[in-house]
Design a protein around this ligand. Structure first.
Ligand code: NAD
Length: 366
Protein backbone atom coordinates (compact mmCIF):
# COMPACT_ATOMS: atom_id res chain seq x y z
CA UNK A 1 0.00 0.00 0.00
CA UNK A 2 1.38 3.45 -0.86
CA UNK A 3 2.01 5.66 2.12
CA UNK A 4 -0.30 8.61 2.71
CA UNK A 5 1.62 11.87 2.33
CA UNK A 6 0.62 14.02 5.29
CA UNK A 7 1.56 17.32 6.91
CA UNK A 8 0.67 19.04 10.17
CA UNK A 9 -0.15 22.73 10.10
CA UNK A 10 0.56 24.35 13.47
CA UNK A 11 3.03 22.38 15.59
CA UNK A 12 2.67 24.07 18.96
CA UNK A 13 1.57 22.38 22.19
CA UNK A 14 -0.79 19.86 20.55
CA UNK A 15 0.28 19.89 16.87
CA UNK A 16 3.75 18.56 17.68
CA UNK A 17 2.07 15.41 19.04
CA UNK A 18 -0.01 15.03 15.86
CA UNK A 19 3.27 15.25 13.92
CA UNK A 20 5.15 12.87 16.24
CA UNK A 21 2.45 10.21 16.04
CA UNK A 22 2.01 10.55 12.25
CA UNK A 23 5.77 10.31 11.69
CA UNK A 24 5.74 6.97 13.53
CA UNK A 25 2.90 5.38 11.55
CA UNK A 26 4.12 3.02 8.82
CA UNK A 27 1.18 3.95 6.56
CA UNK A 28 2.13 7.66 6.62
CA UNK A 29 4.93 9.72 5.13
CA UNK A 30 5.21 12.99 7.06
CA UNK A 31 6.18 15.32 4.21
CA UNK A 32 6.54 18.41 6.39
CA UNK A 33 5.45 20.45 9.37
CA UNK A 34 4.26 24.03 9.13
CA UNK A 35 4.32 26.73 11.76
CA UNK A 36 4.04 30.49 11.36
CA UNK A 37 6.75 30.62 14.03
CA UNK A 38 9.74 29.44 11.93
CA UNK A 39 11.79 28.50 15.00
CA UNK A 40 9.02 26.21 16.26
CA UNK A 41 8.68 24.66 12.78
CA UNK A 42 12.44 24.06 12.67
CA UNK A 43 12.61 22.46 16.16
CA UNK A 44 9.82 19.99 15.46
CA UNK A 45 10.97 19.29 11.90
CA UNK A 46 14.51 18.53 13.11
CA UNK A 47 13.17 16.14 15.77
CA UNK A 48 11.06 14.29 13.24
CA UNK A 49 13.47 14.46 10.33
CA UNK A 50 11.05 16.22 7.98
CA UNK A 51 11.19 19.61 6.24
CA UNK A 52 9.94 22.72 8.11
CA UNK A 53 7.69 25.31 6.44
CA UNK A 54 6.64 28.75 7.59
CA UNK A 55 3.63 28.82 5.22
CA UNK A 56 1.41 25.96 4.10
CA UNK A 57 1.01 27.02 0.43
CA UNK A 58 4.01 25.05 -0.94
CA UNK A 59 2.44 21.85 0.44
CA UNK A 60 -0.89 22.24 -1.36
CA UNK A 61 0.08 20.00 -4.28
CA UNK A 62 2.26 17.66 -2.22
CA UNK A 63 -0.06 16.12 0.38
CA UNK A 64 -2.85 13.53 0.42
CA UNK A 65 -4.22 14.71 3.81
CA UNK A 66 -3.47 17.25 6.55
CA UNK A 67 -3.97 17.84 10.24
CA UNK A 68 -4.78 21.45 11.12
CA UNK A 69 -3.70 22.31 14.67
CA UNK A 70 -3.36 26.10 14.55
CA UNK A 71 -5.21 28.38 17.00
CA UNK A 72 -8.96 28.31 16.30
CA UNK A 73 -9.05 31.73 14.65
CA UNK A 74 -6.92 30.30 11.78
CA UNK A 75 -8.79 26.97 11.31
CA UNK A 76 -11.06 28.28 8.58
CA UNK A 77 -8.36 29.96 6.47
CA UNK A 78 -6.02 26.95 6.61
CA UNK A 79 -8.60 24.14 6.31
CA UNK A 80 -10.50 25.84 3.47
CA UNK A 81 -7.32 26.22 1.39
CA UNK A 82 -6.65 22.46 1.59
CA UNK A 83 -10.29 21.45 1.04
CA UNK A 84 -10.41 23.71 -2.05
CA UNK A 85 -7.40 21.79 -3.34
CA UNK A 86 -9.29 18.50 -2.75
CA UNK A 87 -7.21 17.51 0.31
CA UNK A 88 -8.95 15.73 3.24
CA UNK A 89 -8.64 17.62 6.53
CA UNK A 90 -8.57 16.72 10.20
CA UNK A 91 -9.14 20.02 11.98
CA UNK A 92 -8.79 20.44 15.73
CA UNK A 93 -11.78 21.42 17.85
CA UNK A 94 -13.58 23.78 17.78
CA UNK A 95 -14.04 23.34 14.04
CA UNK A 96 -13.97 27.13 13.45
CA UNK A 97 -14.66 30.42 15.16
CA UNK A 98 -18.23 30.70 13.77
CA UNK A 99 -20.97 28.43 12.44
CA UNK A 100 -20.89 30.31 9.12
CA UNK A 101 -17.21 29.39 8.73
CA UNK A 102 -17.95 25.77 9.67
CA UNK A 103 -20.75 25.58 7.08
CA UNK A 104 -18.31 26.74 4.45
CA UNK A 105 -15.82 23.98 5.34
CA UNK A 106 -18.58 21.36 5.25
CA UNK A 107 -19.69 22.58 1.79
CA UNK A 108 -16.10 22.57 0.49
CA UNK A 109 -15.50 19.01 1.77
CA UNK A 110 -18.78 17.86 0.21
CA UNK A 111 -18.06 19.39 -3.19
CA UNK A 112 -14.53 17.90 -3.22
CA UNK A 113 -15.95 14.62 -1.83
CA UNK A 114 -13.19 14.36 0.77
CA UNK A 115 -13.16 13.63 4.50
CA UNK A 116 -13.51 16.44 7.03
CA UNK A 117 -12.98 15.25 10.60
CA UNK A 118 -13.03 17.38 13.77
CA UNK A 119 -10.69 16.69 16.69
CA UNK A 120 -13.24 15.99 19.42
CA UNK A 121 -10.86 13.55 20.99
CA UNK A 122 -13.07 12.46 23.90
CA UNK A 123 -15.17 10.49 21.41
CA UNK A 124 -12.12 8.21 21.26
CA UNK A 125 -11.93 7.89 25.03
CA UNK A 126 -12.45 4.14 25.63
CA UNK A 127 -14.76 4.86 28.59
CA UNK A 128 -17.04 6.94 26.35
CA UNK A 129 -16.82 4.40 23.52
CA UNK A 130 -17.91 1.70 25.96
CA UNK A 131 -20.86 3.75 27.23
CA UNK A 132 -21.98 4.73 23.72
CA UNK A 133 -22.36 1.02 22.83
CA UNK A 134 -24.84 0.40 25.62
CA UNK A 135 -28.64 0.93 25.63
CA UNK A 136 -29.10 4.15 27.58
CA UNK A 137 -31.51 7.07 27.23
CA UNK A 138 -30.00 9.85 29.36
CA UNK A 139 -32.52 11.96 31.25
CA UNK A 140 -30.20 13.96 33.51
CA UNK A 141 -26.54 14.61 32.87
CA UNK A 142 -23.81 16.42 34.77
CA UNK A 143 -20.63 17.21 32.87
CA UNK A 144 -17.62 18.84 34.49
CA UNK A 145 -14.40 19.87 32.83
CA UNK A 146 -11.92 21.77 34.98
CA UNK A 147 -8.28 22.58 34.45
CA UNK A 148 -5.64 25.10 35.49
CA UNK A 149 -4.95 28.22 33.41
CA UNK A 150 -2.29 27.44 30.80
CA UNK A 151 -2.14 30.73 28.88
CA UNK A 152 -2.91 28.77 25.67
CA UNK A 153 -6.09 29.05 23.58
CA UNK A 154 -6.67 32.61 24.82
CA UNK A 155 -8.11 33.46 21.38
CA UNK A 156 -11.25 31.71 22.70
CA UNK A 157 -12.92 31.28 26.10
CA UNK A 158 -13.80 28.28 28.28
CA UNK A 159 -16.90 27.47 26.20
CA UNK A 160 -15.06 26.98 22.91
CA UNK A 161 -11.91 25.69 24.55
CA UNK A 162 -13.32 23.17 27.05
CA UNK A 163 -17.10 23.00 27.24
CA UNK A 164 -17.38 22.21 23.54
CA UNK A 165 -15.97 18.71 24.26
CA UNK A 166 -18.96 17.98 26.50
CA UNK A 167 -21.45 19.68 24.17
CA UNK A 168 -20.31 17.32 21.41
CA UNK A 169 -20.49 14.29 23.74
CA UNK A 170 -23.99 15.30 24.84
CA UNK A 171 -25.23 15.67 21.27
CA UNK A 172 -23.74 12.25 20.46
CA UNK A 173 -25.17 10.56 23.54
CA UNK A 174 -28.49 12.34 24.11
CA UNK A 175 -29.29 13.51 20.57
CA UNK A 176 -30.56 17.00 19.72
CA UNK A 177 -32.28 19.29 19.37
CA UNK A 178 -31.68 21.41 22.45
CA UNK A 179 -34.75 23.50 23.19
CA UNK A 180 -33.53 25.80 26.00
CA UNK A 181 -30.17 27.10 27.09
CA UNK A 182 -29.37 29.13 30.22
CA UNK A 183 -25.83 29.97 31.27
CA UNK A 184 -23.78 31.92 33.76
CA UNK A 185 -20.05 32.52 33.60
CA UNK A 186 -17.29 34.95 34.38
CA UNK A 187 -14.13 36.29 32.91
CA UNK A 188 -11.69 36.27 35.83
CA UNK A 189 -8.57 37.43 33.99
CA UNK A 190 -10.34 40.00 31.81
CA UNK A 191 -10.29 38.28 28.41
CA UNK A 192 -12.90 35.70 27.42
CA UNK A 193 -14.96 33.73 29.96
CA UNK A 194 -12.82 31.50 32.20
CA UNK A 195 -15.63 29.61 33.94
CA UNK A 196 -19.12 28.71 32.81
CA UNK A 197 -22.11 26.72 33.89
CA UNK A 198 -24.91 25.95 31.44
CA UNK A 199 -28.25 24.25 31.79
CA UNK A 200 -29.50 22.61 28.60
CA UNK A 201 -32.94 21.19 27.97
CA UNK A 202 -33.31 18.69 25.16
CA UNK A 203 -36.46 18.07 23.10
CA UNK A 204 -36.46 14.46 24.36
CA UNK A 205 -36.79 15.63 27.98
CA UNK A 206 -33.17 15.28 29.03
CA UNK A 207 -31.66 18.04 31.17
CA UNK A 208 -27.91 18.60 31.30
CA UNK A 209 -25.81 20.73 33.65
CA UNK A 210 -22.46 21.44 32.08
CA UNK A 211 -19.61 23.20 33.88
CA UNK A 212 -16.26 24.21 32.43
CA UNK A 213 -13.46 26.12 34.06
CA UNK A 214 -9.93 26.85 32.98
CA UNK A 215 -8.93 28.39 36.27
CA UNK A 216 -9.31 25.40 38.58
CA UNK A 217 -6.25 24.16 40.47
CA UNK A 218 -6.98 20.46 40.26
CA UNK A 219 -8.02 19.05 36.88
CA UNK A 220 -11.26 17.10 36.67
CA UNK A 221 -13.07 15.80 33.60
CA UNK A 222 -16.13 13.71 34.21
CA UNK A 223 -19.61 12.93 32.97
CA UNK A 224 -22.44 11.52 35.07
CA UNK A 225 -25.61 10.21 33.47
CA UNK A 226 -28.90 9.20 35.03
CA UNK A 227 -31.28 7.21 32.85
CA UNK A 228 -34.18 4.77 33.24
CA UNK A 229 -31.61 2.08 32.49
CA UNK A 230 -29.36 3.14 35.37
CA UNK A 231 -26.41 5.39 36.14
CA UNK A 232 -23.18 5.81 34.21
CA UNK A 233 -20.15 7.73 35.40
CA UNK A 234 -17.11 8.45 33.26
CA UNK A 235 -13.81 9.76 34.53
CA UNK A 236 -12.14 10.97 31.34
CA UNK A 237 -8.77 11.37 33.07
CA UNK A 238 -8.52 7.79 34.35
CA UNK A 239 -10.74 6.52 31.49
CA UNK A 240 -12.89 4.63 33.95
CA UNK A 241 -16.55 3.84 33.37
CA UNK A 242 -18.81 2.99 36.30
CA UNK A 243 -22.22 1.53 35.57
CA UNK A 244 -24.95 1.07 38.17
CA UNK A 245 -28.30 -0.58 37.58
CA UNK A 246 -31.21 -1.80 39.68
CA UNK A 247 -31.18 -5.51 40.43
CA UNK A 248 -33.81 -7.64 38.73
CA UNK A 249 -35.73 -7.76 42.02
CA UNK A 250 -35.74 -3.97 42.37
CA UNK A 251 -36.67 -3.44 38.72
CA UNK A 252 -39.65 -5.72 39.24
CA UNK A 253 -40.84 -4.85 42.74
CA UNK A 254 -38.96 -1.76 43.90
CA UNK A 255 -37.28 -1.74 47.30
CA UNK A 256 -39.93 -2.74 49.86
CA UNK A 257 -38.34 -1.23 52.95
CA UNK A 258 -41.65 -1.38 54.90
CA UNK A 259 -41.79 -5.15 54.52
CA UNK A 260 -38.21 -5.73 55.71
CA UNK A 261 -37.50 -7.19 59.12
CA UNK A 262 -35.20 -5.22 61.45
CA UNK A 263 -32.15 -7.34 60.62
CA UNK A 264 -32.49 -6.86 56.84
CA UNK A 265 -33.06 -3.16 57.37
CA UNK A 266 -29.90 -2.93 59.46
CA UNK A 267 -27.88 -4.53 56.64
CA UNK A 268 -29.43 -2.29 54.00
CA UNK A 269 -26.74 0.39 54.00
CA UNK A 270 -24.04 -2.21 53.34
CA UNK A 271 -26.10 -4.16 50.83
CA UNK A 272 -27.53 -1.34 48.72
CA UNK A 273 -24.62 -1.43 46.30
CA UNK A 274 -24.30 -5.04 45.29
CA UNK A 275 -27.64 -6.59 46.13
CA UNK A 276 -30.13 -3.89 45.18
CA UNK A 277 -28.05 -1.67 42.94
CA UNK A 278 -25.52 -3.61 40.91
CA UNK A 279 -22.21 -2.00 40.03
CA UNK A 280 -19.83 -2.68 37.15
CA UNK A 281 -16.48 -0.86 37.02
CA UNK A 282 -14.73 -0.93 33.67
CA UNK A 283 -11.10 0.09 33.37
CA UNK A 284 -9.38 0.86 30.07
CA UNK A 285 -6.00 -0.16 28.80
CA UNK A 286 -3.65 2.42 30.35
CA UNK A 287 -1.36 2.36 27.34
CA UNK A 288 -4.16 3.20 24.88
CA UNK A 289 -3.51 6.57 23.22
CA UNK A 290 -6.59 8.51 22.15
CA UNK A 291 -4.79 10.85 19.78
CA UNK A 292 -3.26 7.90 17.94
CA UNK A 293 -6.73 6.32 17.70
CA UNK A 294 -8.20 9.57 16.36
CA UNK A 295 -5.45 9.99 13.75
CA UNK A 296 -5.67 6.35 12.64
CA UNK A 297 -9.43 6.70 12.28
CA UNK A 298 -8.92 9.76 10.07
CA UNK A 299 -6.42 7.86 7.89
CA UNK A 300 -8.89 4.97 7.64
CA UNK A 301 -11.65 7.38 6.52
CA UNK A 302 -9.37 9.03 3.96
CA UNK A 303 -8.47 5.63 2.51
CA UNK A 304 -11.96 4.06 2.54
CA UNK A 305 -14.25 7.07 2.04
CA UNK A 306 -16.01 6.14 5.30
CA UNK A 307 -17.68 9.01 7.18
CA UNK A 308 -15.54 10.15 10.14
CA UNK A 309 -16.89 9.41 13.61
CA UNK A 310 -16.77 13.16 14.29
CA UNK A 311 -17.75 14.73 10.99
CA UNK A 312 -17.68 18.39 9.98
CA UNK A 313 -21.43 18.47 10.70
CA UNK A 314 -20.86 17.10 14.22
CA UNK A 315 -18.21 19.77 14.78
CA UNK A 316 -20.58 22.41 13.45
CA UNK A 317 -23.49 21.24 15.66
CA UNK A 318 -21.29 21.36 18.76
CA UNK A 319 -20.16 24.84 17.74
CA UNK A 320 -23.73 26.01 17.17
CA UNK A 321 -24.70 24.81 20.65
CA UNK A 322 -21.58 26.52 22.03
CA UNK A 323 -22.68 29.76 20.36
CA UNK A 324 -26.07 29.45 22.06
CA UNK A 325 -24.32 28.99 25.40
CA UNK A 326 -22.19 32.07 24.69
CA UNK A 327 -25.32 34.06 23.85
CA UNK A 328 -27.08 32.93 27.05
CA UNK A 329 -23.89 33.82 28.93
CA UNK A 330 -23.89 37.36 27.55
CA UNK A 331 -27.55 37.78 28.56
CA UNK A 332 -27.11 36.64 32.15
CA UNK A 333 -28.14 39.49 34.51
CA UNK A 334 -25.84 39.57 37.53
CA UNK A 335 -28.28 41.53 39.67
CA UNK A 336 -31.27 39.51 38.51
CA UNK A 337 -32.79 42.39 36.55
CA UNK A 338 -32.49 43.93 33.11
CA UNK A 339 -30.89 47.16 34.35
CA UNK A 340 -27.82 45.71 36.05
CA UNK A 341 -24.63 44.33 34.49
CA UNK A 342 -24.88 41.41 32.08
CA UNK A 343 -22.44 38.77 30.87
CA UNK A 344 -19.01 37.36 31.68
CA UNK A 345 -17.07 40.59 31.21
CA UNK A 346 -19.34 42.72 33.42
CA UNK A 347 -19.01 40.88 36.70
CA UNK A 348 -20.11 43.19 39.54
CA UNK A 349 -17.37 44.89 41.57
CA UNK A 350 -16.28 42.91 44.66
CA UNK A 351 -17.78 44.25 47.89
CA UNK A 352 -14.56 43.50 49.79
CA UNK A 353 -11.61 41.12 50.20
CA UNK A 354 -12.41 37.53 51.20
CA UNK A 355 -9.16 37.58 53.19
CA UNK A 356 -6.29 40.02 53.60
CA UNK A 357 -4.47 40.09 50.24
CA UNK A 358 -0.96 38.67 50.37
CA UNK A 359 1.61 41.17 49.07
CA UNK A 360 3.95 39.60 46.52
CA UNK A 361 6.89 41.55 45.14
CA UNK A 362 7.13 41.57 41.34
CA UNK A 363 10.43 39.67 41.14
CA UNK A 364 9.19 37.23 43.81
CA UNK A 365 6.03 36.57 41.77
CA UNK A 366 8.11 35.85 38.68
P1 NAD B 1 -0.50 26.51 20.46
O1 NAD B 1 -0.63 27.97 20.52
O2 NAD B 1 0.39 25.81 21.45
O3 NAD B 1 -0.03 26.04 19.01
C1 NAD B 1 -0.51 26.60 17.83
C2 NAD B 1 0.67 26.70 16.87
O4 NAD B 1 0.17 27.14 15.60
C3 NAD B 1 1.73 27.73 17.30
O5 NAD B 1 3.01 27.13 17.27
C4 NAD B 1 1.61 28.86 16.26
O6 NAD B 1 2.85 29.48 15.99
C5 NAD B 1 1.06 28.11 15.07
N1 NAD B 1 0.29 28.92 14.11
C6 NAD B 1 -0.52 29.99 14.35
N2 NAD B 1 -1.09 30.40 13.22
C7 NAD B 1 -0.64 29.60 12.23
C8 NAD B 1 -0.87 29.53 10.84
N3 NAD B 1 -1.70 30.36 10.23
N4 NAD B 1 -0.21 28.59 10.13
C9 NAD B 1 0.64 27.72 10.72
N5 NAD B 1 0.90 27.75 12.05
C10 NAD B 1 0.25 28.66 12.80
O7 NAD B 1 -2.01 25.94 20.57
P2 NAD B 1 -2.48 24.47 20.92
O8 NAD B 1 -2.76 24.38 22.38
O9 NAD B 1 -1.58 23.48 20.28
O10 NAD B 1 -3.90 24.44 20.19
C11 NAD B 1 -4.02 24.34 18.81
C12 NAD B 1 -5.44 23.88 18.44
O11 NAD B 1 -5.69 22.63 19.04
C13 NAD B 1 -6.55 24.81 18.91
O12 NAD B 1 -7.58 24.81 17.96
C14 NAD B 1 -7.05 24.15 20.17
O13 NAD B 1 -8.41 24.43 20.45
C15 NAD B 1 -6.87 22.69 19.83
N6 NAD B 1 -6.69 21.85 21.00
C16 NAD B 1 -7.43 20.72 21.10
C17 NAD B 1 -7.30 19.89 22.19
C18 NAD B 1 -8.12 18.64 22.28
O14 NAD B 1 -8.30 18.13 23.38
N7 NAD B 1 -8.61 18.13 21.18
C19 NAD B 1 -6.37 20.19 23.20
C20 NAD B 1 -5.57 21.35 23.04
C21 NAD B 1 -5.75 22.17 21.94
Amino acid sequence: MTRLRMAVIGVGHLGQHHARILSGLPEVELVGVVDSNPEQARIIATKLNTPPYEHFEPLLGQVDAVSVVTPTIHHHAVASAFLRAGVPVLVEKPICRTVAEADELIALAASANVALQVGHIERFNPAFEELAKRPIRPKFVEAERHGPFTGRSVDIGAVLDLMIHDLDLLLALVGGPVTRVAAVGASVFGGHEDMVNARLEFANGCVAHVTASRITRHPKRRLRVWAPEGYAGIDFVTRKLTLVQQSEEVRQFGLRVDEMDAETKARLKDEVFGRYLQVLNLDSDRKFDQLTAELKHFIHCVRTGEKPRVSGTDGRDALELAERVLLALREHPWEGNGNGPHGPKSVPQPVGWLFAPVKIARDEAA
